[in-house]
Design a protein around this ligand. Structure first.
Ligand code: FE2
Length: 394
């Protein structure tokens, strides 16, 4: 599934400079139709790849908001947003969130994927009307503009939306859970998703959109119950899932810790070895997560791991680093012929592209190592291979 050529390709496409001028990127391998189609705007024109019956008419075109770097469009394009919320109980959003929502239609995505923490719950001091007011704020400021732009919207529930944390058989944040369930049940049929199994929407469900199969599970706390894991196993083994061009899984908590202050029990999924093996067994391409508030395009084993940065409050930096944290937003292009995905990620403070080469080559956490998506184990120096986990201080 993975090879070095692919990593180089992914890396090269993530290299960025100032977003207001042509991208100084290097296409390491441009010998495939998909790679040629994704070459930078400044490159000599490449012959257009043969079109497939389902290929969108704007395939290969540079599309994005004015003044920003415009990535070349794949067969399918998603805009990925995560961790939108501000302080507990807030009914509005930081300017980076508002900016991102206002310009995201200009990337002409086929879908918006929201990886959780849309509102700022998870406080037992919030009343039911206060939780309802937060969802009304989300509805007015986030979901409505996206749906008015006629873009399908998919979500996974975060700990601040409706944590699945249990105590003595009941939800600790039962009000969050109740209000969130009601809000999303009333929107289930208006998100323009082609559901495969509505499961227990919005907590776990599957859908197939533009020939991509998406599995969403409830990673709003560290524990995914066995019955839900069994459901995921069945879903991913289905004919619909296996016939898809890509299989993608979404959950709020990641499989590995990547950011400071989040390398703690409860901040990443329990039984991550079992869950990763499940995803790998069914040839899931990417597991997308949020919660750690730091963009990191990595992989472990045969599974790509897209750690989405926060668009809202509280961005964090990576383990073992001292960089300033940044709000980010990612455009994800899927290329069917090559089976590749390309990330174009924007620093939403500066609106510049995030340069892949400035990100850690690896992140060693308490439960394992995540490699940057252009790095193989053999690329690591002896010192990097010996690197041990160091617990973050804050
Ligand atoms: Fe979270």
């Amino acid at each position: 599934m993975f090879n070095r050529r692919r990593f180089l390709f992914l890396s090269s496409l993530a290299i960025g400079a100032c977003s207001a001028r042509p991208l100084a990127q290097t296409i390491t391998k441009a010998d495939t139709p998909a790679a040629a189609s994704a070459a930078p705007a400044a490159s000599p024109a490449s012959p257009a790849p043969p079109s497939s019956p389902t290929r969108p008419p704007n395939f290969g075109k540079a599309i994005g908001p004015a003044e920003l770097f415009a990535p070349k469009r794949g067969d399918v394009r998603a805009v990925v947003i995560s961790d939108l919320n501000a302080r507990y109980g807030s009914v509005d959003y930081r300017r980076e969130v508002m900016k991102g929502v206002s310009i995201l239609p200009q990337w002409e995505p086929d879908i918006v994927l929201c990886v959780g923490d849309m509102v700022a719950g998870q406080s037992i001091s919030l009343s039911k009307p206060e939780v309802e007011a937060m969802w009304q704020g989300f509805d007015d400021l986030i979901l409505s503009p996206i749906r008015e732009a006629d873009i399908p919207f998919a979500l996974t529930i975060g700990n601040h939306d409706a944590s699945s944390l249990n105590y003595e058989g009941g939800y600790v944040y039962s009000t969050d859970r109740e209000v969130t369930t009601h809000y999303w049940k009333t929107h289930q049929d208006s998100l323009d998703l082609q559901y495969d199994d509505t499961g227990n929407f919005p907590y776990y469900y599957s859908f197939k959109q533009n020939d991509i199969f998406y599995l969403v599970w409830d990673a709003s706390s560290a524990n995914i119950p066995e019955n839900q894991v069994a459901w995921a196993d069945q879903q991913l083994s289905s004919a619909a899932a296996q016939a898809a061009k890509f299989r993608i899984a979404l959950g709020h908590l990641p499989l590995y810790a990547i950011s400071q202050g989040r390398d703690r029990n409860g901040e990443l999924l329990n039984n991550s070895d079992q869950l990763q093996a499940l995803l790998e067994r069914h040839h899931v391409h990417t597991y997308m997560s949020g919660h750690h508030h730091a963009y990191y395009p990595g992989y472990a084993g045969n599974l790509q791991l897209l750690h989405c940065g926060a668009l809202g409050s509280g961005p964090r930096t990576w383990l073992d680093r001292t960089d300033a944290a940044m709000q980010t937003m990612t455009v994800l292009d899927f290329f069917f012929d090559s089976g590749e995905t390309v990330y174009t990620t924007y620093n939403m403070n500066s609106m510049e592209l995030v340069d892949n080469q400035t990100l850690p080559r690896q992140i060693v956490g308490p439960t394992g190592r995540v490699l940057r998506n252009d790095i193989t184990l053999s690329d690591l120096t002896a010192a990097e291979q010996r690197q041990e986990y160091v617990r973050s201080e804050n």
